[in-house]
Design a protein around this ligand. Structure first.
Ligand SMILES: [Zn+2]
Length: 270
């Protein structure tokens, strides 16, 4: 069953009917056939545009989801921030990333891609062994929109298996690839009582500062609030600026009195 498609088509039908209902009083009681066809066409176009716009906003929204528990930040008075790392992991950089975290007594939350984590077993096990939180970022990193709930289940559950096989015992939070979801993914996650984790700060997605480690650290220090969730990408070769920013971000937040905790700690009121 493809909930995303059903929801989209239902909305088109509803909006078309609503459009016609509004149009009718404006153009008279019994429009001629030609006019009627024009009315229907316009109403349909408006409906499709509205649904497209609404669906796009919804699948990219950081803190709106139709079903299930989703979090982009936490309301707290305690000075805690969660650093989260998407994709990967990679054996090429795991030691450096862990060393940075250790220096600042920080723990991170790593949303790993199942297929990558399977190939990078030692890196995943190193994250687990050092007490990091491991989250699920899908198995193939495919966008989970306009897909069936069965496809969502396969993406999520095969990644869970890889994470458990590395000896990870904690709760496994979920972050959709590209932060995109519509209805199938939220429905599946709601049915399985899984929490979706988004973010409120993403320094390395801001083009103007993404190549400048110092600027990224300043941005995070200036914009972080108690309970913020920061998204970083440190695993690909092209992300050297993000890797260089990590110790600067850790230092800047620590200097401002923040403790760096995992997302689960944040949710549990660390
Ligand atoms: Zn990703």
């Amino acid at each position: 069953m493809n909930l995303d498609v059903i929801a989209g088509l239902s909305l088109v039908v509803i909006l078309t009917l609503a459009g016609l209902a509004v149009w009718r009083p404006l153009v008279g009681r019994a429009p001629r056939l030609g006019r009627r066809v024009v009315c229907l066409g316009v109403a349909l176009l408006v409906a499709v545009a509205l649904v497209g716009f609404g669906a796009y906003r919804l699948m990219n929204a950081r803190s709106v989801q139709l079903l299930g528990h989703e979090v982009a930040s936490v309301t707290t008075d305690t000075k805690v921030v969660a650093l989260t790392f998407d994709d990967g992991p990679s054996g090429a950089y795991v030691d450096a990333v862990l060393a940075d975290l250790r220096t600042y007594r920080a723990r991170g939350t790593f949303f790993v891609v199942g297929s990558t984590a399977e190939q990078e077993g030692p890196a995943l096990r190193a994250l687990v062994a050092s007490g990091q939180e491991i989250g699920n970022h899908g198995f193939s990193h495919a966008r989970l929109v306009f897909v069936s709930t069965g496809a969502v289940a396969r993406e999520v559950e095969s990644t869970d298996r890889v994470i458990r096989a590395a000896g990870y015992l904690g709760p496994i939070l979920f972050r959709p690839p590209f932060g995109k979801r519509l209805l199938s993914a939220p429905y599946y996650l709601w049915q399985h009582d899984r929490t979706t984790v988004m973010w409120d700060l993403e320094p390395d997605s801001i083009r103007a500062i993404a190549d400048d480690p110092r600027a990224m650290a300043e941005y995070v220090a200036e914009n972080a609030n108690p309970g913020s969730i920061v998204l970083l990408h440190v695993w690909s070769r092209s992300r050297s600026a993000s890797r260089a920013a990590l110790p600067l971000i850790l230092r800047a937040l620590t200097n401002k009195g923040y403790r760096l905790v995992t997302v689960t700690e944040l949710l549990n009121g660390a």
